[in-house]
Design a protein around this ligand. Structure first.
Ligand code: BGC
Length: 268
């Protein structure tokens, strides 16, 4: 792969599994030094395994424990990374989770947990990243002073029964992302979202781990395959590179056509 992100420092939140792990590996292949963030002590081994794979492939990076929903931890993570590496060039605002429930049974805890990690976590990390981008400004490493990718979902536009907390968090990400993209474009900070469809990771295992589940899932995907973390990683590399220098405030759907209303493919 072209080293389009050579020498850039990238923090990938929630990188101990799933899409985050895939994006960390792909950014590393593109030359970035990666911070493999994970939330708690229990996820350390998984994060270390991701980093080992990255190092075996010739990449560089560290793991870093930080719960993105906690303001003091996020502030400390950015301060530590800047102290160690000099700056941060890329934030992949990826950490996210589901706590699904029929709406009438959804607890406040389930609501707050999902909003806290998926939306407030992205706010806190984006704020700290932007402070650093503003401090440093543009250098020879990139045409932009900094890049943020917010990991959203097809569910920033597709309503999702039984997942109101999750869909609300992703809808919130859409307008937070666009608002801050507007606010910081004059400072040469680019902020975009990737909106994955069904990507084969632990978060949606029940949607693909039996032939029947997979068959039913494929009725929602015109391109007729489930997505892989590399599909998102490749998009992230491109979006963070100067090839995408004129793109900011965009929601890029990487979903095999899931947002194309496949139910309407024969008749209305
Ligand atoms: C969710 C997955 C789901 C996909 C498509 C994602 O944002 O996290 O569980 O499979 O959207 O519905």
């Amino acid at each position: 792969m072209d080293k389009k992100l050579k020498g850039q420092i990238a923090i990938i939140t929630g990188a101990s599994s799933g899409i985050g792990a895939g994006v960390a590996k792909t950014l590393s292949e593109a030359g970035a030094t990666v911070v493999v963030n994970h939330p708690v002590a229990a996820t350390k081994d998984a994060a270390e395994a991701v980093l080992t794979e990255i190092k075996n492939g010739g990449g560089t990076g560290i793991t870093y424990q930080c719960d993105v929903s906690k303001e003091d931890e996020v502030i400390k993570m950015f301060a530590d990374i800047v102290a160690q590496f000099g700056t941060v060039d890329i934030l992949i605002n990826n950490a996210g989770l589901q706590r699904d429930s029929p709406f009438e049974k959804m607890t406040l805890e389930q609501w707050n947990f999902v909003i806290g990690v998926n939306l407030t976590g992205q706010f806190l990390c984006a704020r700290e990243a932007i402070k650093e981008f503003l401090r440093r400004g543009v250098t020879e490493k990139s045409k932009a002073a900094g890049k943020i990718i917010c990991m959203s979902s097809v569910h920033e536009v597709i309503p999702w029964a039984g997942h109101a907390n999750y869909a609300a968090s992703k809808g919130g990400i859409m307008l937070m992302m666009k608002s801050i993209a507007q606010e910081f474009a004059p400072k040469k900070i680019r902020i975009n979202s990737i909106c994955p469809g069904a990507i084969q990771t632990p978060i949606n295992k029940s949607a693909w781990d039996t032939p029947q589940a997979m068959q039913s899932l494929l009725t929602l995907i015109p391109y007729q395959r489930i997505g892989q973390p590399e599909d998102i990683g490749n998009t992230a590399v491109w979006l963070c590179s100067d090839d995408a220098d004129y793109i900011t405030g965009a929601s890029i759907f990487v979903d095999g056509g899931m947002t194309l209303y496949p139910g309407f493919s024969t008749n209305g």
